[in-house]
Design a binder for this molecule. Structure first.
Ligand code: SUG
Length: 418
């Protein structure tokens, strides 16, 4: 009955490149570029269709109301009067990166056998710090059933960036797992966005068994090289951990402890001599969705096209799938618009292991529902946004209408004010 469901954030009509995330090299590099929200959102829909074609269960999270007028009011301003940096922070479509929406502990791991979800506070980056109320409203709707326990955010100043810094290893999705929380202490010149105190608070709220919970430090060198979240250098699925050699501060200690707690864990490590940290980060090799294929039980990596375009990465992957390892198949998706803001295939999804029948069906999709979503995107999403034009009232009206049209189509009008 329990299945992994990937909830993808639908890329909102305000998708733009304002360079707001210090330490996220792609976002910083593309600051000021013209974005293509319609193309971006359709790339996201195509990625969901590719997952459905693999036989996976697919869900959605909705764009938030942007600009966030409530947040601006709490700063005693409004969109027209706000300083340019506050305008950009209020307008960001960053809720698309659903891996940062929440941390999820499936029912087999928790003391009360409910699936626990804690909304992430995202306090490190101003433009993301006001996401959690909108996310919480959606989680409370989607996961209202008694099978779930939805928690509010850990308080500031303990930064929490959700599932992007959390991995679960298990014999199969419905079996009890080892939950690994990855935190940062220092990131060289860049911020460490996940605090250990936030991770331990989430683990307590989720009533996890300490014997099956680990707290692991991310390598400072990885953050300094642009891995602002652990999911840029590592990903786990069932009993496989796929990681870069330089992902963790104490690699040997972590692997030894993991082997002790889970003797049949399989660690697929990419050596730095084959793929440098820089290539891993620019290609988003590890920001792939590592999924178990329902039909044959083998695993596939759903990779961004940038991984295919990076010779060191693609060469290594070809050798890997030709060998005897657990990852048997490579699927390439084009999410270039999101990638240009530092968000790959895995950033765009939140994994929830649950019985789909217990999830509000308005948050689940099949190809027909994706057709309807794509048609609203085609009709309403702006084709381009030049950051120089984000002050224009007509553009703002258009973006707000676009979101409203989507919520109406999906029967989710109660989210309009969230
Ligand atoms: O938080 N980019 C996001 C990308 C998040 C990727 N998520 C995961 N790795 N799971 C971030 O840095 C850029 C927005 C801008 O600059 O306008 C941004 O927020």
């Amino acid at each position: 009955m329990l299945r992994e469901i990937n909830f993808d954030g639908i890329i909102g009509p305000t998708h733009n490149y304002a360079g707001l995330s210090h330490g996220n090299l792609a976002a910083t590099r593309n600051a000021g570029a013209v974005s293509h929200p319609r193309e971006a959102a359709l790339q996201g829909v195509a990625k969901m269709r590719a997952n459905l074609a693999l036989g996976l269960a697919q869900g959605i999270l909705l764009p938030h109301g942007r600009p966030d007028r409530r947040w601006l009011a709490s700063l005693s301003t409004d969109y027209a009067a706000a300083a340019p940096h506050l305008k950009a922070q209020a307008l960001s479509a960053s809720a698309m990166w659903a891996a940062n929406a929440a941390t999820v502990s499936p029912a087999p791991d928790t003391a009360d056998r409910r699936c626990h979800l804690s909304v992430a506070n995202l306090v490190t980056m101003p433009h993301r710090s006001h996401e959690w109320p909108g996310t919480l409203a959606q989680l409370r709707l989607a996961f209202a059933d008694d099978d779930f326990a939805v928690h509010g955010p850990v308080p500031a100043p303990f930064g929490d960036e959700g599932a992007a810094n959390h991995m679960r290893l298990c014999a199969s999705h419905e079996a009890p797992g080892i939950e690994i929380f990855v935190y940062g202490v220092s990131g060289g010149g860049f911020p460490a966005r996940q605090h250990r105190d936030a991770s331990t608070a989430v683990a307590r709220a989720h009533r996890l068994d300490p014997a099956r919970t680990m707290f692991v430090e991310q390598a400072e060198a990885a953050i300094a090289a642009g891995a602002f979240h652990n999911d840029v250098v590592a990903v786990a699925n069932e009993r496989v951990l796929f990681a870069h050699e330089q992902a963790f501060a104490d690699r040997e200690g972590f692997y030894a402890e993991l082997h002790r707690r889970m003797p049949d864990v399989e660690i697929v490590e990419v050596p730095a001599t084959r793929v440098s940290l820089a290539d891993a980060i620019s290609s988003y090799l590890f920001n792939a969705q590592l999924v178990t294929l329902p039909h044959d039980g083998g695993m596939a990596l759903v990779l961004p096209s940038e991984a295919q375009a990076t010779p060191s990465v693609w060469g290594w992957l070809q050798e890997m799938v030709a060998g005897n390892g657990p990852i048997r198949r490579l699927e390439v998706v084009d999410v270039r618009q999101s990638m240009a803001n530092g968000g790959g295939p895995a950033c765009l999804r939140l994994r929830v292991v649950a019985n789909p029948a217990r999830v509000d069906p308005r948050f689940l999709v099949d190809n027909d529902r994706l057709d309807r979503i794509a048609s609203v995107i085609g009709d309403y999403w702006p084709e381009t946004i030049d950051p120089a034009t984000i002050g224009q009232a007509a553009l703002i009206d258009r973006m707000e209408n676009a979101r409203r049209a989507l919520l109406e189509t999906l029967g989710l009008v109660e989210l309009i004010d969230s």
